[in-house]
Every structure is written in C-alpha cells, then in structure tokens.
Design a binder for this molecule. Sequence first.
Ligand code: AMP
Ligand code: ZN
Ligand code: FE
Ligand code: FE
Length: 304
Amino acid sequence: MDRMKITDTRLFHSVPDSACCDLHVHTTASDGSESPSRLVELARTIGLAGIAVTDHDTVSGIPEALEAGSRLGVDVLAGVELSVIPPSGNMHILGYGIDISSPELLALLEKVQKARAGRNARILELLRSAGCPLKVEDVERVAGGGQIGRPHFARAMVEKGHVSSTGEAFARFLRKGAVAYVPKAVIGPKEAVDILHASGGAAVLAHPVTLKCPTTEELERIVADLAGSGLDGIECYYSEHTPSFTQTCLDLAERYGLAVTGGSDYHGAAKPAIALGKGRGDLCVPARCLTEIRKRAKERRDRR
Ligand code: AMP
Ligand code: ZN
Ligand code: FE
Ligand code: FE
C-alpha cells in the first residue's frame, strides 16, 4: 500500500500493512453479549487496528465505545446496522462514520424502535399460539435493558424449557418463514442509503451472502442497483463468506467503484463460534478498510 496516499493520518504511524480491523461488531446495546467498553478492551487485547460498532437499529452503544476507544487508544468508528426490505433473502445496510445526533438518523431509529415494539408483541402472540408462552418480562430480562431482538426470544425460550438450544428456537420458530417470524424492516435500501448520507455517514451492503442470490449475475444486479442509489461500499470480508465468494465481492467492489469493508459480526456469547476480529478463525479484515470507509464517510459529510 502506498502510504503517501492515505489522507486520514490517524493510523499513519502505528499500523502495519498486515494489521487487521473489525468493522462489524454488536454490543449489549443490541444483541451482543459484551458491553461497548468491554468490546474495545477485547479489541486492544487482541491487537486490532480498530473496530466499528454496528449494533442493529440503535446507536446507544456508540458514546461508551468512543470514550473507551480514546481512553484505551483503540481506533473506534461509529456505525449502525439497518435491516431493510430485501429484494431477496435478508438485506442489511451498514452505516459508518455517522453523526449519531443527526435528526434524520434519530427519526429513523425512533420509527424502527416503534416497529420493533409492535413486532415483539406479535412474536409473543405467535409463540403462545405455537405452544411456547413467554412473558414480556422474561425477554426483557434476557435483553438486560438493551434493545430486544430475536436472539433474546430464543434465550428466553431455552430458559423456559420450550427448546433445548437457541439454534432450535431459530430453526423451529424464529427464522424467516418459521411460525413465529415477523418481518421488521420498515424502509427500503435506497431510503436507508439516503438517511445514512444525510447523517454524514457512508452506506455499505452488509454480508451479501445473506441475500441468497442463486447466481453472481443476480448479486451483480442488486449491487449495481444499490451503487446507482449511492451505495459507498460492500462488506467483502465476512465470517460466513467463502474465499471464492469474497473474491466475487471484491470484483464487484472494483467494478462499481465501491469501498471494500469487512467484519466478523461478533456477538460474543450470543454467537460463540464467531471470534472478534477472526470470525471462524481465519478472518483478517485489512486495516486499510477502516481508513478507506472513514474517508468515504468524510466525503459524504463534506458534501452534505
Ligand atoms: P432481529 O434483529 O431481531 O431480527 O435479530 C437478528 C439477529 O438474530 C441476527 O443478528 C443474529 O444475531 C440472529 N439470528 C438470525 N438468524 C439466526 C439463526 N438462524 N440462528 C441464530 N441466530 C440468528
Ligand atoms: Zn445480531
Ligand atoms: Fe446483519
Ligand atoms: Fe450484524
């Protein structure tokens, strides 16, 4: 890498080309098991060049993560992961470098929180009809004050003895298409990209594998469409991407002028097979991905 071309000098002196970062991690603010500051400590312990905190539909963990980052000397980028109405499979859009007090973002998150509250009540009803009664307090306790999502329903179901594992809870009841599945997305991808830009951030297509496109051509159509809507990047390095799928994503990034990003989707104990920074063991998201996406976010912010 040509270091003279790096415009963000924060990483300039300290980060070797071989360093890794992790641009997709969840905290207790959504459905991860570690607090934001604990996560930053872990990132420092394992020597990551930086992390982006990307909780589902909330930025409530960001201030603590940024504070821990400056206290511990870890480069922390503010992020968020938005669920959008998918053209196929599941589609998530990651926002990076967002201003977490922007009115556009806060209005969206409020709308999403309302939708989630309605969804949570509906999931409880459907679980009851399916023979798995839970009280809302059971789920709230598991969520520990953070935002409630399906993993918390799954854990409450295990605690009540309705299923023997969270995997079983998803497979039989909570996965898309199962009896207690309720969609939650309230916006489409273009709206998500526009709101992230209005919030001074960059928008990235998360884990393209979950779109479940049967062919590369179909994936390319979706990426081309998003690129036309102003998408800034694509999450090429990901715990569940095979080397050949990663290469497909890297090719698409190059073809459409998108930044390359990556992350583990670390959730701590909620997804024990995925390690921070390392995913299933062999992940290393090049540290330059953090520099690049921060640069794209800055360009969006300057253009606002
Ligand atoms: P929600 O935001 O409520 O839709 O929950 C999404 C989270 O549920 C994801 O980030 C995963 O952590 C988890 N999840 C989704 N599908 C599964 C699955 N099949 N097995 C286990 N966890 C899952
Ligand atoms: Zn999650
Ligand atoms: Fe996701
Ligand atoms: Fe995620």
